[in-house]
Design a protein around this ligand. Structure first.
Ligand SMILES: O=C(O)C[C@@H](Cc1ccccc1)[C@H](O)SCc1ccccc1
Ligand SMILES: [Zn+2]
Length: 157
């Protein structure tokens, strides 16, 4: 597999509805997911979605860690989430800054639910259901938008 590149806004792939992955595909995609995490870390991302490297499948990585804009963001191991869904989201929302690897140099304030219940599959086919809040919930919502052809500027207040 040659080096992945990050699709920039204007690339139609960022506006597509990504395809659901079937469990039989999970292992075929394992090398791709390793590359996806690498390119995210190379770009100091706290998340990245497969469509951003022109692979229109329903998978992303959430990798919160303290950073200049969110110095007290929680530290979490980069987590690959397959066929992710939000099963409940709080009415309560919070506006805060976001950026996007596909829209370099832009930052905007976006309202996101402060608490969400999510469900996703892991590479070994387990189903995880958990609650997220704060910055991690924000990243999840940002990445899920990418799977539905939405970028954060569409939601900027
Ligand atoms: O394009 C992406 O999906 C990666 C995003 C992840 C993100 C989601 C929500 C809020 C901020 C970022 C970023 O480009 S990763 C770079 C970054 C990191 C911390 C704060 C702002 C931007
Ligand atoms: Zn993004």
């Amino acid at each position: 597999m040659d080096a992945l590149t990050i699709a920039q806004l204007g690339n139609p792939i960022l506006r597509q509805q990504a395809e659901t992955l079937t469990p039989s595909q999970y292992n075929d995609y394992a090398p791709f997911f390793a590359e996806l995490e690498k390119i995210m870390l190379e770009h100091n991302g706290v998340g990245i979605a497969a469509p951003q490297v022109s692979e229109s499948v329903r998978a992303f990585i959430v990798a919160s860690r303290p950073n200049p804009r969110y110095p007290n963001a929680p530290m979490m191991a980069p987590t690959l989430m397959l066929n992710p869904e939000i099963t409940w989201q709080s009415e309560e929302t919070e506006k805060d800054w976001e950026g996007c690897l596909s829209i370099p140099g832009m930052r905007a304030k976006v309202s996101r639910s402060t608490h969400i219940d999510v469900r996703y599959h892991t590479l070994d086919g387990e189903v995880v259901s958990t609650r997220m809040e704060g910055f991690i919930a924000r990243i999840f919502q940002h990445e899920l938008d990418h799977l539905n052809g939405i970028v954060f500027l569409d939601r900027a207040d």
